[in-house]
Design a protein around this ligand. Structure first.
Ligand SMILES: C[S@@+](CC[C@H](N)C(=O)[O-])C[C@H]1O[C@@H](n2cnc3c(N)ncnc32)[C@H](O)[C@@H]1O
Length: 332
């Protein structure tokens, strides 16, 4: 999965930012339109004032992709922006798109390089794009599913004893599932969150993605796991086909992220469906529209609001985890 997504020559993401939205393979909240960014900008401005911060306050984004969310947040606000971007090709695309904002925008390659200071950290659909391990319950023990090649070159998933790094995660899994039940273990997401917790900034962390609670992964109807591939808005589980041409993704285990967050000293502020969370953020804007005639631009924003919050579109399957991050004092 790591190679299929991030190999610099062949990887779906590694080669450079793909189109997201109607002309791409899938939609994200960002690709729905500028409303999402505007609501996040409102949150950032509120956070800055609550923290009593000034010019030192930054919006930090990771998984900035082609810079669309950054543009939506920067436009119409006076916020400063810091992008965490390891891939130079992405940085180049982002720099071009955001050039007009001058020194309001800066970059670091990894969260370990983030400077100290007050900030709102946001990421949209980041952990779901991290490579996962697959494990399968065989009725008496957990096996890992490895990608192997037949003599013909055809790839397949083959069970074997789990990697050493899975020993602890597997010890936490239930043993009363039906034989054949597959789960994803996203060690990369856990590692990412641990690093984020140790970063030097303080303020709020917002993680928006589609995902489930622990028990939802264990439900019989999810016995096949949640690893999927996306291509031109079609989704299926043939994850070993057309590698590098399709997005590969697995639902985020929010329960596990909350456990890691807690262990790392990040305080839970909210965990809820995107629809509810954005509904609250949008309240002042919606109230300001009452009794006024809506022009075409407002109607377009209201349609975006509907897509982002309606339970049958993005409102329920997407969830938002909000954490409070204090300054970490270095261990002695
Ligand atoms: C599903 S896309 C989401 C893009 C965008 N945030 C949006 O919502 O439209 C996942 C993105 O995560 C990026 N990504 C994966 N690992 C990353 C990392 N360690 N640092 C920064 N971006 C990363 C990929 O390059 C890709 O752009």
């Amino acid at each position: 999965m790591e190679l299929a997504l991030y190999d610099p020559e062949h990887g779906y993401y590694g080669r450079g930012p793909r189109r997201i939205g109607r002309a791409g393979d899938f939609y994200t909240a960002v690709s729905v339109g500028p409303l999402y960014g505007r609501l996040l900008a409102g949150l950032a401005v509120k956070k800055r004032s609550e923290m009593g911060a000034g010019k030192d306050f930054k919006v930090i984004e990771q998984a900035a992709h082609d810079g669309q969310l950054a543009e939506d947040i920067l436009e119409g606000s006076d916020l400063d922006y810091l992008i965490v971007e390891p891939n130079p090709r992405y940085q180049e695309v982002q720099r071009q798109r955001l050039e007009r904002f001058g020194d309001r925008v800066s970059w670091v390659p990894v969260t370990d390089d983030l400077p100290a200071g007050p900030a709102l950290f946001v990421c949209n659909e980041l952990p779901d794009a991290m490579p996962v391990h697959l494990v399968r319950w065989d009725g008496s023990e957990w096996q890992e599913l490895f990608v192997t090649a037949e003599a013909s070159g055809r790839l397949q998933l083959s069970p074997g004893p789990p990697s050493a790094s899975l020993a602890l995660p597997i010890a936490r899994l239930p043993v009363n599932l039906q034989p054949g039940h597959i789960l994803e273990v996203n060690l990369a997401a856990e590692e990412w969150l641990r690093h984020l917790a140790c970063a030097r900034f303080h303020g709020q962390v917002v993680i928006a993605d589609y995902g489930l609670d622990q028990e939802e992964f264990w439900a019989p109807e999810r016995a096949g796991g949640t690893l999927r591939r996306y291509h031109q808005h079609q989704m299926d589980d043939r994850v070993l086909e057309d590698l590098g041409e399709c997005d590969l993704t697995a639902h985020v285990n929010f329960s596990r992220l909350m456990e890691v967050a807690g262990a790392e000293g990040l305080k839970l502020q909210a965990y809820e469906h995107q629809g509810r969370w954005l509904g609250r953020l949008a309240m002042p804007w919606l109230a300001s529209l009452e009794g006024r005639r809506q022009d075409g631009a407002t109607k377009a924003l209201l349609r975006q609001f509907q897509s982002l919050t309606h339970p049958s579109i993005m409102g329920r399957s997407f969830r938002v985890l909000v954490l409070e991050k204090n300054v970490r004092t270095a261990a002695a």
